[in-house]
Structure formats: structure tokens, C-alpha cells
Design a protein around this ligand. Structure first.
Ligand SMILES: Cc1ncc(COP(=O)(O)O)c(C=O)c1O
Length: 374
């Protein structure tokens, strides 16, 4: 049976990535902290990768820290802003990834900070009036943590405007850019962000390879204590292969970004069109048009005995999608994003996420299978 992969919030490795990583598993296995030649080879590979990424994000290499994943990056930014920078008020939204939400909720439960959740518009954008109201009325040092793009419904935030408001009111700003890095051009000189989180497996790099940008004006202590790796910011022997993989995948993604964007957007547009035409009552979540990830389409379908288990039934039919967020699949209780934006939605949301490897034939096949199931 032909299998169709529409869960590209976890992507396949690009062709050049594994060959670039391989030597750091096999022949170049030195610990990057060692001063001998094996160690220096590894160190050089890490610094080359850092430089490549820094150039593409328009920051200094010294402002980038490789981590084990996007979740670690967000944990570090948020926890350290509270612990080391005196932030006692976190402003966030109810539709952040759990790496953000659970960190914020934990800190609040320990009475380390208070939390304000910005209002959301009817289709899941930050209500900027409410956001500015919270900033204006806070007398405490604020950390704003708002995602660049939502991984379930695809909405893209006006990150430059959010950054500008943070600057106006003296708040620190962390953005979870895990879904946008590698898919949209990012010039960190244009965004007033103090922290930014990224993750390689979203743009055809390896899993377990993250990045944290920390603006050079910001001085935090490490979250992971131990050795002095990553210029004393993150202890632990560096995963050289994964760091190399991050750099190679990111460079490739940035070089071919426009061509990939146009192709993947056309797949999403076709899926949207076919679902609307062929399946009566299909509803879409989030902003399906301009301010949206071209990689994500979130839909729900009229209820029958098949829709409750639709993602499982689709899997049996060979179509791999995510019900809500893949990062939280298996978690009871449905999507926190859909609940927050569409409190009256009783239907099961299905997230289709596309990559350059998908085809129009796959779109047609998936729509046909959904139509048959329904
Ligand atoms: C928006 C967003 N933030 C954070 C993460 C977590 O990244 P990682 O899986 O690298 O920890 C994900 C993962 O899917 C994500 O989509």
C-alpha cells in the first residue's frame, strides 16, 4: 500500500545532511573540548556550523548556543529570564507549545512569577490591543514569550510588531520560532527578540538538535550545570554530528527557501481547495491564507462514527497525519490550541503538514481516502 506522509512537522533528513554528519560518528569522534587534533577537528566543525547559522540569521556567532532540542531552548530562555534577569511577570498565550506553557505554569506554581495570557482573536492571533494593555498595566519586569508560528493551526504572528511593543515597554522577549526557522527568512536585526528557539528536525535536519539565540546584551547563567561547553552556557559534551547537521540543513533550507515555499504553498492551496469542494462541511482552523505557515493546514470534518478516530482510520488507509499536535499525540484531552481558540468545537481536528517531498497525487489520494471514510 502506498503511504503518504503529511506529518512534516517532523521532516526527513535532506540528502546532504547525513553524509556531512557521518564523519563525526565514525572518523572524527574527538571530544570538542579536548585540545588534541581530534578534539580540534570537532571544535572546528561546531564553530563552522555556528558561523553559517549566525550569518543566515544576521547575528554574531557568539549569540548562538546549540542545544538538544527546541524544548530545551525555550526552557532555558524562560527559566533563566526568571531566575537570572529578575522577570516576575510572564506574558504569553494559551496556544504556545507545551515546552513554553508547561515551563511557565511550573514557574508560576513555584510562585516565581505571575502569568498573563493575552486574549486571542476569533481565529487564533494575539489580540494586540490586549497585549499592549497588559504591557502598559504591568509594574513588574516582564518576559514576553509568544511563538512566531503556531504548530497546530499555522498562524504566523507579527513578530516585528510584538518585538517593537516589548521594546517600547521595556519587556524581554522570547519567541519560539521552531516552526518558522528554515521556512521563512529571519533577520534578527529586524526583530527585537532577546531569545529565539529553533529546532533542526523542522527543516530536514536531525532530531535532537536545537538552537537558542541569546542577544549579546543579555547575561544568563546556564540551565544545565557541569562542564564549560558552549562558552559556559550549556554543559554536556557537544553532539558534534547533530550540530553539523543543523548547519548543513539550515543552509540548504535558506538557499532554496523561495522555491520550496512556492511549491509547498501550492500543495496546501490544492488540499484546501479539494477538501472544500469534495467534503461538505469541512471547516478550517486558524488563518488559512496569508498569515499562515505554508506547511500546515488544520481541518475538521462533519461528525460520524469514523471522525472520532479519523487520524487512526487514515493511518490504516496509509495517510499519516496528526490529530492536533504530533508533539502531544497520545496525550489525553484533545488539543489545547483548538480548545483555546475554538471552545465550542466538538469535532476532531486533523493537522496536515506538508514538505517539498509531497506531491499533488498524494493530495488527491488523501482527499479521496478521507471522502471514502466519511
Ligand atoms: C512550535 C514548537 N515549539 C517547540 C517544539 C519542540 O521542539 P523539539 O521537538 O525540538 O523539542 C515544537 C515541536 O514540534 C514546536 O512545533
Amino acid at each position: 500500500m502506498q503511504r503518504v506522509y503529511f506529518d512534516n512537522a517532523a521532516t526527513a533528513l535532506d540528502a546532504d545532511v547525513l553524509p556531512a554528519m557521518m564523519p563525526y560518528f565514525t572518523t572524527h569522534y574527538g571530544n570538542a573540548s579536548s585540545i588534541h587534533s581530534f578534539g580540534r577537528e570537532s571544535k572546528m566543525a561546531i564553530e563552522k556550523s555556528r558561523k553559517t547559522v549566525a550569518t543566515l540569521l544576521n547575528v554574531k556567532p557568539g549569540e548562538l548556543f546549540f542545544t538538544s532540542c527546541g524544548s530545551e531552548s525555550s526552557n532555558t530562555a524562560i527559566q533563566c529570564a526568571v531566575r537570572d534577569l529578575g522577570c516576575t511577570h510572564i506574558i504569553t498565550s494559551a496556544i504556545e507549545h507545551h515546552a513554553t506553557l508547561h515551563t511557565v505554569q511550573f514557574l508560576a506554581s513555584q510562585q516565581k512569577c505571575k502569568v498573563s495570557y493575552v486574549k486571542l482573536t476569533h481565529n487564533g492571533f494575539v489580540d494586540m490591543v490586549d497585549f499592549e494593555r497588559i504591557l502598559t498595566s504591568s509594574s513588574e519586569k516582564c518576559l514576553v514569550t509568544l511563538m512566531y508560528a503556531n504548530n497546530e493551526i499555522g498562524n504566523l504572528s507579527d513578530i516585528e510588531y510584538i518585538g517593537a511593543l516589548c521594546k517600547k515597554y521595556g519587556a524581554l522577549f522570547h519567541t519560539d520560532a521552531v516552526q518558522t526557522v528554515g521556512h521563512f527568512p529571519i533577520d534578527l536585526q529586524k526583530i527585537n527578540a532577546h531569545f529565539l528557539s529553533a529546532s533542526a528536525h523542522k527543516f530536514h535536519g536531525p532530531k535532537g538538535s536545537g538552537l537558542l539565540y541569546i542577544n549579546q546584551e543579555i547575561g544568563i547563567k546556564p540551565l544545565l550545570m557541569g562542564g564549560g561547553q558552549e562558552r559556559n552556557m550549556r554543559a554536556g559534551t557537544e553532539n558534534v554530528a547533530n550540530i553539523v547537521g543543523f548547519g548543513v540543513a539550515f543552509e540548504y533550507a535558506c538557499t532554496h527557501m523561495e522555491e520550496h515555499r512556492i511549491y509547498i504553498q501550492s500543495l496546501k492551496t490544492e488540499m484546501h481547495k479539494l477538501l472544500s469542494e469534495k467534503i461538505d462541511g469541512t471547516a478550517f482552523h486558524g488563518d488559512v491564507s496569508d498569515n499562515s505557515l505554508y506547511t500546515v493546514l488544520n481541518a475538521s470534518f462533519p461528525v460520524n462514527d469514523k471522525t472520532e478516530m479519523l487520524s487512526i482510520n487514515l493511518d490504516i488507509a496509509g495517510i499519516c497525519v496528526s490529530g492536533g499536535s504530533a508533539c502531544s499525540s497520545g496525550v489525553e484531552g484533545g488539543s489545547h490550541v483548538i480548545k483555546a481558540v475554538y471552545p465550542h468545537e466538538s469535532r476532531v481536528p486533523i493537522r496536515f503538514s506538508f514538505s517539498k517531498h509531497n506531491t499533488f497525487e498524494e493530495i488527491e489520494l488523501a482527499v479521496q481516502k478521507i471522502a471514502t471514510l466519511l
